[in-house]
Design a protein around this ligand. Structure first.
Ligand code: C5P
Length: 209
């Protein structure tokens, strides 16, 4: 299969001023593992990464970004309609309405921060195959993931409960289900992120034939 993979990973940072930002605990491990798995299989692989302290996997072209809007621009510059796009990044949904160019003194700050929505990179992306992640909590994970799969026109979504021990942000393991637009689901045992990345690649190869 002569496909190119474009993968997003890590958090984004949405600056309030020169010294403060809004972000989340994503380390980028899952997205980096997916990029490494794609490159190991010989695919041309581009990784658009938010601030992460992980080494670039061998054979991967890495583009570092900071904010959701940086990520949106990098993806739209690089993504081609025939590519596979896997959005693993934990993109901040909101950003401050304005960014103060210096550091605000605490006395100058309002206790209320005005926010505006960030673009949905996965929703907007035009690619041959789009795969998303759904980091959820509580009941309804599968139903929410199905709805997201349809709304964002995805071939598959990888859902996990970020409150479960050993799943989600940070660690080296994850506990995921694959959900397809027709409602089919495949539940996996808790496994290392590298192993899950390989299962994602196996599924992709099935979807892209
Ligand atoms: O809607 P929700 O944020 O739960 O969707 C998660 C999926 O969408 C993930 O694959 C994530 O990388 C992607 N996403 C995105 N841009 C956003 C928000 C989410 O690409 N602004």
């Amino acid at each position: 299969m002569n496909r190119r993979f474009v993968i997003t990973a890590g958090p984004t940072r949405e600056f309030i001023d020169a010294a403060r930002f809004i972000s989340n605990p994503s380390t980028g491990r899952m997205g980096f593992a997916v990029a490494a798995a794609a490159a190991r299989r010989g695919y041309e692989t581009v990784l658009v990464a938010g601030p992460c302290s992980l080494p670039t996997p061998q054979g991967v072209e890495r583009i570092d970004i900071v904010s959701a809007r940086d990520m949106q621009k990098a993806v739209s510059d690089v993504l081609r309609p025939e590519d596979v796009f896997i959005a693993v990044a934990a993109v901040a949904d909101w950003r401050p309405e304005s960014v103060f160019p210096g550091k605000l003194k605490k006395e100058e700050m309002s206790p209320v921060l005005r926010l505006v929505r960030n673009p949905d990179i996965l929703l907007e992306a035009k690619a041959a195959v789009k795969i998303g992640f759904a980091a959820e909590t509580g009941p309804g994970i599968i139903a929410n993931a199905k709805e997201k799969c349809r709304r964002k026109n995805l071939a598959m979504i990888v859902a996990n409960d970020i409150l479960e021990t050993g799943a989600g942000f940070g660690g080296t393991t994850n506990h995921v289900s694959f959900i397809f637009p027709d409602g089919r689901t495949k539940a996996f045992e808790m496994a290392g992120k590298d192993e899950i990345a390989d299962s994602i690649l196996d599924e992709c190869e099935g979807l892209c034939v």
